[in-house]
Every structure is written in structure tokens, then in C-alpha cells.
Design a binder for this molecule. Structure first.
Ligand code: GYE
Length: 334
């Protein structure tokens, strides 16, 4: 997979080229896409689905920010299916929107449709998740988090969690992965493994790892199976809060105490995750901010106007331990 960091170097050239493309489009058509002549920016947005609390917050953020910015937003929910995203993008191309933004459900398989957008000179902005492509000119920028770093932060915070729990000796870890082939699943696993390989080759071991597709139902079902095959799991690392919450139900159903018998680290920091943490059931959360709407609208405007934007616009986020949960809960925005 291409390292997203490598893309930064190409930023100026690609953004400039796409900027020119955006201008050319305006000149050709004499109007700005399918805006119906009212001067509004027309943004076609293809969302992954509604699999998690993170996703709902992200969808709300995009819709609100588009309204605030006065854009004409065309929104579609792909229900976690790549073919649905591809048809949504194709329909935005046919409609001649000004800019297409999408959060790709998986990393591969986008080149053909992105080439179609490029041929029609419609710039594409990735949001939240990245794609794997050999042609860097197929999208202008990514607005989203550094998932590899989130995986590393999960590893680091687990050290603190284990210390706090007074855990000594080997650590048997179960991992609930996100959607197979999705950037956050690949990269969070990678970052976590980096910490394991560097500092815990002798004491930590991932004994089971499987996808729960970023959903509560998936987390519950897979965790129940994990507990059957490995009743002596010490730690659960779940790639998102929702799978962690599903897993908590399975752990309780098996007569164990989440947060005590099995220490739990998750990613996202949605309200329900914080509630579970304030109840002592999740031990630490690595934050991943879904409120990308305002930044996305800003970028879309720049891209539409042919301005240069950075190749990767990163989200800022923090980490939270259980003892911070109660205090942080009232101020959580998602
Ligand atoms: O962590 C998860 C969601 O892509 C960052 O997708 C996003 C992830 C998020 O379903 O809850």
C-alpha cells in the first residue's frame, strides 16, 4: 500500500493540475456544473454507510456544514457496499457536479471510476478513508485521520492500562478488526503491531483477530466466538467503540467483567463509548474525530476555485483513560 505520507510531496503539482481542471470545467460549461444556475457549489458525497456512532456523527457533520456553507449537497449512503459507492459516484459524474467527495469503504478498486471523473474534469476529494492507487492524480486531497498513528496510540495506551490494572506477565490479546480492506482496519492493525513488535515481542501476543465490520452486532458475535476458542483472553483491542460495546455484551453474557477480567481499548470516542468507559467497562479510548464537515466544505471551495490544497489534511485528536471519562463526557460533541 502506498504510504499516505509519500503523497504529500506530490501535493502542489496534483492540486494545481486539478485546480486547473476545475477552472477548465467552469469555462467549458459556461456555468458551474449542475447547480441550476443559482451559483451554489454542487457537491456529490458518497458516504460509506451507517455502521457506527462515528459514522452517524460524520454524516450529520457533513450535512450541517454543507447547509451552513450554502452548498447544494447530493448525499448517498452506500450501506457499506463498494458497488453502491461506485454507482453513486457515476451518477454524480453524469449530473456534472462541481466536486465529488467520498469516504471509500475499502482501499482498492477505485481507479476506473476515478478515471471517469477525471475525464469529465470533476475533482475528487477523499474524506475520512484513503484509497490505494498508482495514479496519484485521481484525487486532490484526503481530509481525515492518521489511522496508523491511532493504532500506535492504542498500543501505547494499553501499556498504561496494563500498568494501572497491575497486570503482570504475558498478555493475550484479542483484536476486533474493522471492515476487511478498509483503511482504518488495515492501518490501525499496522500501528498497533508496530508497538507490539518494537516493545512487546516477548510479552504481548495477539491470540485471535477477526473482523466485526465496525458494527455492534459484528463485535458481539465475533467476541462470543473468541471467548469460546480462547477463554483466557486478557485484553481486547477493538478498532472502534461500537464493536467494543457489542463485545462487552458478549463478555457479560459469558459471565465475565469487561474492563476488569478483560481490559478493553477502543478507537473513536463516541458518546456511547465514553458512557461505557465511565461505567468502567472500557479502559481507554483513542479518539478519532468524525466532525470533518466544516474542513471538508472549506477544501471543496478551494478545490472548486482552483486553489492549492495540501495532499493530506489531518484531523487533530487525543487519547482518554478511564479516570478522565466522567469529566469528559458532558463536553463530548458526538
Ligand atoms: O472508526 C468507525 C467507522 O473510517 C474512521 O469507520 C472511520 C471508521 C470509524 O465505522 O467507527
Amino acid at each position: 500500500m502506498l504510504n499516505r505520507r509519500n503523497f504529500l510531496t506530490a501535493a502542489v503539482g496534483v492540486a494545481a493540475a486539478t485546480g486547473l481542471a476545475a477552472c477548465a470545467k467552469k469555462d467549458e460549461g459556461g456555468s458551474t456544473g449542475s447547480g441550476g444556475g443559482d451559483g451554489k457549489i454542487v457537491l456529490g458525497f458518497s458516504q460509506v454507510g451507517s455502521e457506527s456512532g462515528w459514522r452517524s456523527a460524520n454524516t450529520d457533520s457533513v450535512k450541517e456544514a454543507a447547509k451552513e456553507a450554502g452548498y447544494n449537497l447530493k448525499f448517498s449512503d452506500a450501506q457499506q457496499k463498494q458497488e453502491n459507492q461506485i454507482s453513486a459516484i457515476r451518477s454524480y459524474i453524469t449530473q456534472g457536479v462541481d466536486v465529488i467527495a467520498f469516504s471509500p469503504v475499502v482501499v482498492t478498486g477505485w481507479d476506473a471510476v476515478l478515471k471517469e471523473a477525471k475525464a469529465k474534469k470533476i475533482p475528487v476529494v477523499l474524506t475520512d478513508r484513503s484509497v490505494e492507487t498508482s495514479d496519484e492524480s485521481l484525487y486532490v486531497t484526503l481530509v481525515g485521520s492518521d489511522f496508523t498513528d491511532e493504532g500506535r496510540r492504542a498500543g501505547k495506551i494499553l501499556e498504561k492500562v496494563l500498568e494501572k490494572a497491575g497486570h503482570k506477565g504475558p498478555v493475550k490479546i484479542a483484536q476486533l478488526e474493522g471492515t476487511t480492506g478498509a483503511a482504518p482496519a488495515i492501518e490501525r492493525a499496522k500501528g498497533f503491531k508496530e508497538v507490539m513488535d518494537a516493545d512487546h515481542a516477548d510479552d504481548w501476543k495477539i491470540v485471535v483477530s477477526q473482523t466485526g465490520d465496525f458494527t455492534r452486532a459484528g463485535g458481539k458475535q465475533v467476541m462470543a466466538a473468541f471467548l469460546q476458542s480462547n477463554p483466557d483472553i486478557d485484553v481486547l483491542f477493538a478498532h472502534n467503540d461500537d464493536m467494543g460495546i457489542g463485545a462487552i455484551q458478549a463478555i457479560e453474557a459469558a459471565g465475565k467483567k469487561p474492563g476488569k477480567d478483560i481490559l478493553i481499548v477502543t478507537v473513536d470516542g463516541v458518546k456511547d463509548g465514553f458512557i461505557a468507559m465511565s461505567e468502567g467497562k472500557i479502559n481507554a479510548i483513542v479518539e478519532c474525530n468524525p466532525l470533518l464537515g466544516p474542513q471538508l466544505m472549506e477544501v471543496v471551495k478551494k478545490v472548486k476555485n482552483g486553489e492549492t490544497v495540501e495532499r493530506w489534511i489531518k484531523t487533530k485528536e487525543g487519547d482518554f483513560m478511564q479516570d478522565q471519562a466522567k469529566a469528559a463526557l458532558p463536553s463530548r460533541k458526538y
